[in-house]
Design a protein around this ligand. Structure first.
Ligand code: PGA
Length: 251
């Protein structure tokens, strides 16, 4: 695992965006999978700037959706798909034909998982998979207890996700199920990228990066990835034992 420390959220976001832009410059037709949520907002903002400055070109990249709340689609307040369109796909003018998302309103979600797995295979797998980590250690909606060999699956949401997930919605909502790419997609991705910020995540970052590799903390599977890159801000890194380059204050 390669871990990089940023001073704060903005710095961590800038580093994450630079890493992604460098990747896409090397491989303009890369298959990318990015998360919705609070963590990537700063990274997305910087990527949009880089694209407008013509420092990176996303027009040939392909985009695979990471996860979705069951029963929600692009136009639903708080949906992952809606978030990705508003914060990334529309500002980057990504063509519809290059976007591959779960249809979480499909009547048969198990079939939808098969369709998504086939789509990822047809695209030749994911090149760069960018994820955040939940307060419970989840990756996408791979909740604690998820096997490392899982592909796409329908999930009964963990109580932490049901509660924390309320922050994405303008009114209280019942969150019960989700649909997500699996941990195996992450393990098979050519490059895995995790970004985390804030002191509230320091404990789970420590468990994921320095604790035992365990299904109790799906984020810990990243330790076994052959090419994983982790971007932390100083607060998120504050409980780690390792001393990171450029760091004097963490210990
Ligand atoms: P967040 O979500 O970026 O909104 O904190 C992370 C996650 O739950 O995976």
């Amino acid at each position: 695992m390669n871990i990089q420390l940023g001073e704060d959220y903005e710095d961590m976001s800038r580093q994450t965006a630079e890493f992604i832009a460098a990747y896409v410059r090397r491989k303009p037709d890369a298959v990318l999978c990015f998360p919705a949520g609070d963590t990537p907002v700063g990274t997305f903002r910087r990527l949009i700037e880089l694209s407008r400055e013509r420092q990176v070109d996303f027009s040939r990249s392909k985009w695979v959706g990471l996860d979705e709340w069951a029963g929600m689609g692009r136009l639903d307040d708080g949906s992952c798909q809606g978030f990705m369109y508003d914060n990334l796909f529309t500002p980057l003018a990504i063509l519809e034909e290059n976007i591959f998302f779960f249809d979480a309103c499909a009547p048969d979600l198990a079939r939808e998982c098969v369709r998504m797995d086939e789509t990822v295979s047809r695209l030749g797998g994911i090149d760069l998979m960018f994820v955040g980590i939940g307060m419970n250690g989840h990756i996408g909606l791979n909740e604690p207890g998820t096997n490392i060999d899982s592909y796409s699956h329908v999930v009964e949401l963990d109580s932490v996700t049901r509660t924390v997930g309320q922050k994405y919605f303008s009114r209280e909502i019942k969150l019960e199920q989700g649909i997500t790419l699996g941990m195996r997609h992450l393990m098979e991705a050519e490059t895995a990228l995790l970004a985390v910020s804030g002191s509230k995540k320091a404990g789970i970052v420590r468990q994921a990066l320095e604790g035992p590799v365990s299904e109790k903390v799906p984020g810990s599977y990243l330790q076994k990835h052959r090419n994983s890159h982790v971007f932390l801000d100083r607060e998120a890194a504050s409980e780690l034992d390792i001393i990171l380059p450029g760091d004097t204050a963490v210990q």
